[in-house]
Ligand binder design. Structure first.
Ligand SMILES: [Zn+2]
Length: 249
């Protein structure tokens, strides 16, 4: 029994397919955004993300404060709330308008291992705007197969603006768009595996940011002061050793 469990655990890492992993929205979307930075496509897509998030936060506020129930009674709505309500309508309109430029087709794919159909959508146009290309080896059904030697298959995956927009809509519909963030230190895009994650994975950016903070600097100053005092006290207690140390070049 134990042996079987160990065997299964050992087998798990081999099952993680880097290509299939990259096809996931949570991996591909930050990858595209980081690569596309500075392009016209990026500006459009970033505005779309901001707009969807803005609608979500406005609706959150209206729900929390119960404004949807009194929206029909104009007299009871403060100007600030009315302005935000108009902003909500304008933003939703902008999103509709921005999305009307993209065309998608349904696609059915049969996973031959399980004879199982999966339904997805894909961009009907040739990739436009910023196009991200990634070569990946592994098992995958999407993308264009480049070479196949033995069990090693190399696929080329291209992601254009319309493709990334569809993936962003997917994340939104799954209520996961709030997980798409920019690192609080280096502003690289990331998918926060935990809702409170604010920095790139790996911990480097978090440590760097902490080292820059006034709180840490003050802590460091106090620590150095204590160390100097301690050293001075130690030296005054061991005059001979101090002399010896001073003689060193
Ligand atoms: Zn970072």
């Amino acid at each position: 029994m134990v042996a079987r469990v160990v065997e299964r655990l050992n087998f798990t890492p081999a099952q993680v397919d880097p290509f299939a992993e990259w096809l996931k929205d949570r991996v591909a979307v930050p990858d595209w955004l980081n690569a596309a930075k500075g392009s016209e496509s990026y500006a459009k897509v970033a505005k779309l993300i901001y707009s969807i998030r803005r609608v979500e936060s406005l609706v959150d506020r209206f729900l929390a404060e119960n404004w949807f129930r009194v929206v029909s009674d104009a007299k009871r709505i403060p100007a600030e709330i009315d302005e935000q309500y108009q902003e909500l309508l304008r933003t939703e309109e902008w999103i509709d308008e921005a999305l009307s430029g993209y065309e998608y087709s349904p696609r059915m794919m049969n996973d031959v291992d399980e004879n199982h159909w999966s339904l997805s959508m894909y961009s009907a146009q040739a990739p436009t705007g910023f196009v991200l290309k990634r070569k990946m080896s592994g098992r995958g059904f999407k993308g264009v197969m480049l070479t196949a030697t033995g069990s090693n298959t190399v696929y080329l995956q291209t992601i254009g603006e319309a493709d990334i927009v569809l993936r962003i809509l997917n994340l939104s519909a799954a209520s996961e768009l709030e997980r798409l963030k920019q690192c609080a230190r280096c502003s690289k895009w990331l998918y926060a595996e935990r809702s409170h994650q604010r920095f790139c994975p790996g911990g480097e950016c978090r440590k760097e940011k902490y080292a820059e903070s006034p709180k840490y600097k003050e802590y460091r100053k106090q620590y150095m002061r204590r160390q100097r005092k301690k050293q001075a006290a130690e030296q005054s207690m061991k005059p001979l050793q101090v002399k010896h140390n001073d003689d060193r070049p």
